[in-house]
Write a protein that binds this ligand. Structure first.
Ligand SMILES: Nc1ncnc2c1ncn2[C@@H]1O[C@H](COP(=O)(O)OP(=O)(O)OP(=O)(O)O)[C@@H](O)[C@H]1O
Length: 432
């Protein structure tokens, strides 16, 4: 259920913010009240001021309108918090590691064998043969899982290491803040004092020249000091437009390893294993069915399982093939169809009776802006494209414009107006 809330929040809150601030919260449910527990004051304050209202709305939607929610500080208990945010040594650098993502829970298959071997080698050897390690592949294939696994493994073997996991977007934000607050020296020192730097989704650095420059120097500093640097990217780094060529070339100095979509057998294995973790056994025929329908993204496999589990929980039904087909029909409908951003633009323009060139153009007329924002929202929701990629496909707009459009549309959809109907009709057209 909580997973559903997190998924629902993606409509309003950027994924990396969810990962950083909300996913690590522990939750407990008592009667019809959900208590969220933060690991420290900073998290408590941030969630309370920025995210609680969205979390409450998601809880009401998923758990039921009668539910309420509050947040408090986590009372230390015998088990570890999910994200280890304890500053390490004297460096005041949080590791940001998620303890659920470890090598033990990573399922090996043909598509990720080399990536897994390289990650293990990096984590388990003091001076890894290949440094930096760069993992690339499209969304939901386990890159972040492997990054955290490397960090967790290193700290398990040597708790004195200073490991830091960071999403590139957070690095950019921190740097902007450091520039504003004239604290660049501190910023530089912070990331140069780690012994392992894990940077996720480096494609976010595209066109951010100042960040790239600073990162380039930090990166060189760490490599010269034989510190580990592990990076992920959503495509082969040379193909990222807007990354400086000297950085691209440095990224390739160690080893560059792809992660491909999992083959059928691996998808079945992942489904069965993940179901076990969710507390139920998946019948073979159900696993075969889902693995056949969803053939690219492991995050989708997880989504299918939690949807199934939540529905079975509420209805008391057994998860067999018929029930699975019934519940996942909607999910598969969208996945069967190859929904591309171009299709979304075309169908949205047709629906609102505006020209495609207007939809992609610069007009600020309300009659154009709203369809454009809805099309951007659908592009984010129905395809694997990132905000910057969608911006590119909408006439070279900045990713913040797409993010703004996404948030605006999500807000309007929550207000029960005509936009809901428009959205549904466009989705129907795309998936019919
Ligand atoms: N081989 C695997 N075994 C077990 N779980 C996996 C595997 N690959 C991916 N997952 C799970 O799938 C989900 C998505 O993976 P992850 O977040 O690592 O993807 P990603 O490649 O970093 O995607 P993105 O670029 O969108 O962040 C996670 O919950 C992760 O644990």
């Amino acid at each position: 259920m909580w997973e559903h809330c997190l998924k629902r929040l993606e409509a309003e809150i950027a994924k990396n913010e969810i990962l950083l601030w909300i996913r690590p919260l522990e939750i407990s449910i008592d009667d019809e009240h959900v208590t969220l527990m933060a690991s420290n004051d900073v998290v408590l304050e941030k969630v309370q001021s920025r995210y609680l209202k969205y979390i409450l709305a998601a809880i009401k939607e998923v758990f039921g309108q009668q539910f309420s929610a509050s947040i408090k500080l986590h009372q230390p208990v015998a088990h570890h918090p999910v994200v280890e945010n304890k500053p390490q040594n004297n460096h005041q650098i949080p590791s940001n590691l998620d303890s659920r993502f470890v090598f033990d829970t990573f399922i090996e298959g043909r598509s990720n064998t080399i990536a897994l071997a390289a990650a293990l080698q990096t984590a388990q050897t003091p001076n890894p043969e290949f440094n930096p390690l760069l993992l690339y592949g499209s969304t939901g294939l386990g890159k972040t899982h492997l990054l955290h696994s490397i960090g967790n493994e290193i700290l398990k073997n040597n708790p004195d290491e200073v490991v830091c996991y960071l999403h590139s977007e957070i690095y950019v934000n921190e740097m902007v803040k450091a520039i504003q607050q004239k604290s660049m020296e501190l910023f530089k020192q912070k990331y140069r004092s780690v012994t392992t730097l894990l940077i996720d989704d480096i494609q976010f650095f595209a066109r951010k020249e100042r960040t790239q420059e600073e990162f380039f120097h930090t990166f060189n500093y760490l490599l010269e000091g034989q510190k580990r640097v592990i990076i992920t990217c959503d495509r082969y780094p040379k193909e990222v437009n807007g990354l400086e060529s000297r950085l691209k070339s440095r990224l390739g100095w160690g080893i560059v390893v792809p992660i491909d979509p999992p083959d059928y057998e691996t998808r079945v294995a992942i489904l069965k294993e993940k179901a076990k973790h969710l507390g139920f056994t998946l019948q073979d025929e159900v696993a075969f069915y889902i693995a056949k329908q969803l053939n690219s993204n492991i995050r989708e496999l997880e989504g299918a399982l939690s949807t199934l589990k939540a529905n079975a929980f509420f209805t008391g039904k057994k998860i067999d093939l018929d029930y699975t087909k019934q519940i996942l029909k909607e999910l598969f409908k969208v996945n069967h169809q190859i929904v591309s951003v171009e299709n979304i633009q075309k169908v949205t323009a047709q629906y609102y009776n505006v020209k495609l060139s207007e939809l992609l153009g610069k007009s600020r007329k309300r009659s154009i802006v709203r369809p454009r924002q809805l099309a951007m929202f659908l592009a984010k929701d129905l395809t694997d494209k990132s905000y910057p990629e969608i911006g590119e496909l909408f006439g070279g707009r900045d990713h913040t414009t797409v993010l703004h459009a996404y948030k605006k549309v999500a807000e309007l959809l929550g207000e029960n107006n005509d936009l809901n109907e428009d959205k549904q009709k466009i989705v129907n057209k795309l998936t019919e």
